[in-house]
Design a protein around this ligand. Structure first.
Ligand code: MN
Length: 237
């Protein structure tokens, strides 16, 4: 390397160093300038309670990967964007849902917040090797409200299939009684004073890759093989 080449090399290196240091400083400044309270209020995509392939063959890993990794994730990201700098930035998910329900000008925030909650609840409503019969304490409550476990399952499946378009079927606790309700789009029973115990997502994205238009087959399979009655009992206790 002659002197001229050496000088060029040094200049080039210095420019790279300056750019690199500048970048680090900019990153550090960005980190320091970000208000801590906004960071703390960010909602996060919860991890699945089981592996993506754990619900196979009832629900495929591919469905779960899209459903959790794309749909659920998008609701979380949209919610965080929508509440940034608003009165909702520091509120809990439940508070946001309650405060925005039924307000036309807050529909986007409500829809994304409720969908974050509904999906987290849906993952918990299912488990590998679920289905079967409910544990004794829940069976008693079910029999008191529906007459039999079969009648309860039939009503739940009926609500899931009858829901027109996108939505959810729910088993809820209304005072001392168990009930089945269905909701449209992002609507959730949380806002009607009842306690959700279980849910089945009947948006097409929940089943279309595996069942296409056969929503009833998806619902029956979920009730028979995946529904987590123990989770419902813990919620009801
Ligand atoms: Mn969904």
């Amino acid at each position: 390397m002659d002197d001229k080449e050496h000088r060029l090399h040094e200049v080039g290196r210095r420019e790279v160093l300056v750019a690199a240091v500048g970048g680090v400083v900019a990153l550090a400044a960005g980190g320091l300038c970000r208000p801590a309270r906004a960071a703390a209020a960010q909602h996060e995509l919860p991890e699945l309670p089981y592996a993506a392939n754990a619900l196979e063959p009832i629900i495929s890993a591919r469905t779960i990967e899209f459903h959790h990794g794309k749909h659920h994730k998008a609701y979380v990201e949209n919610l965080n964007k929508l509440i940034q700098g608003t009165e909702f930035a520091k509120r809990s998910l439940d508070e946001i849902i309650t405060a925005t329900a039924g307000q036309a000008d807050k529909a986007a925030i409500f829809n994304n917040a409720a969908q974050v909650w509904n999906h987290t609840f849906y993952w918990k409503s299912l488990k590998p090797q679920g289905g079967g019969g409910p544990p004794g304490a829940l069976r008693q409550k079910i029999e008191a409200s529906f007459g039999s476990v079969e009648a309860c399952k039939k009503e739940l499946a009926g609500a899931a299939v009858a829901q027109f378009g996108s939505g959810w079927a729910w088993l809820v606790l209304d005072g001392e009684r168990l009930k089945v309700v269905k909701t449209s789009n992002a609507e959730t029973p949380l806002t009607s004073g009842v306690k959700p115990l279980l849910t089945i997502d009947v948006w097409e994205h929940a089943y279309y890759l595996d069942y296409q238009n056969r929503r009833g087959d998806y619902v029956d399979a979920v009730l028979d093989k995946l529904i987590d009655w123990d989770f419902a009992l813990r919620r009801a206790s």
